[in-house]
Design a protein around this ligand. Structure first.
Ligand SMILES: [Zn+2]
Length: 242
């Protein structure tokens, strides 16, 4: 299934831009993303830090609750031990297992941070969970794609300089440097991107029965793809030529 801008333009752009469709199964108490991939940031790279630096702190809202287990929803509201030594998330006065919530001002998507600090602070780290967008915004134009091996993530930079997580469907996570579903999904994304000369940045695989360009797939599964790099449209076309 392929998606185009009109399909995905679900939010009034003057009021925000989230591209979010809720999936629910009331019988078993599930509420989450219908299409967006969940992305976890555990290792910070310069790209991840740039993205984290623009996030805006906010109160937890219903979108944040879809990023955690139901049992963890109340924890979204508990303060960090740094702000309240008696927080339910505090552990023996200095340890902490709190949650913190932000939104991305560019795409409007929710971000939940999980704090893990041992008592005494020998280990003190945050991991972040969010959704990948389904597409760039209508006025965004592709400048280059980033394979970011430090964070293990994939990014896209617009011509205006905005960094976005690479649009990703929840059932089609990306990977490089091996064979398998992840590299296939990434090769299909690159195939669509090159075929449209950078215009088609939406999620969605190729039509049924069509496979990714063999040169692109060969490159994606090779060790050449397995390093941090920025790929312009010219670079991608060179890869396609083999
Ligand atoms: Zn904390």
């Amino acid at each position: 299934m392929s998606f185009t801008h009109p399909d995905l333009n679900l939010t009034d752009p003057t009021k925000g831009y989230a591209h979010f469709v809720l999936y629910t199964e009331a019988r078993i108490g599930v509420a989450g993303a219908a299409w967006n991939a969940t992305v976890s940031i555990e290792r910070q790279s310069p790209y991840a830090r740039e993205w984290l630096d623009r996030l805006v702190r906010c109160e937890p809202n219903p979108l944040h609750t879809t990023l955690v287990d139901n049992q963890a929803i109340p924890k979204l509201f508990h303060p960090c031990v740094d702000d309240d030594k008696n927080s339910p998330s505090a552990v023996e006065g200095s340890g902490c297992i709190c949650h913190r919530t932000w939104y991305d001002p560019e795409f409007g998507l929710p971000v939940v941070g999980e704090h893990y600090r041992t008592v005494g602070g020998d280990t003190d780290r945050w991991t972040y969970t969010t959704y990948a967008p389904l597409d760039l915004r209508p006025r965004d134009a592709f400048a280059y794609l980033v394979i970011d091996r430090t964070s293990g993530l994939f990014w896209i930079r617009t011509t205006a300089g905005t960094l976005s997580l690479l649009p990703e469907h929840h059932s089609c996570g990306y990977d490089v440097g091996r064979t398998g579903g992840g590299p296939c999904a990434f090769a299909e994304y690159l195939h669509k991107l090159v075929a449209s000369d950078g215009a088609d940045t939406a999620i969605g695989g190729l039509p049924h029965g069509q496979s990714a360009d063999p040169q692109i797939l060969a490159w994606v599964t090779s060790t050449d793809a397995k390093r941090t790099q920025e790929l312009t449209m010219e670079d991608l076309k060179t890869i396609q030529r083999g």
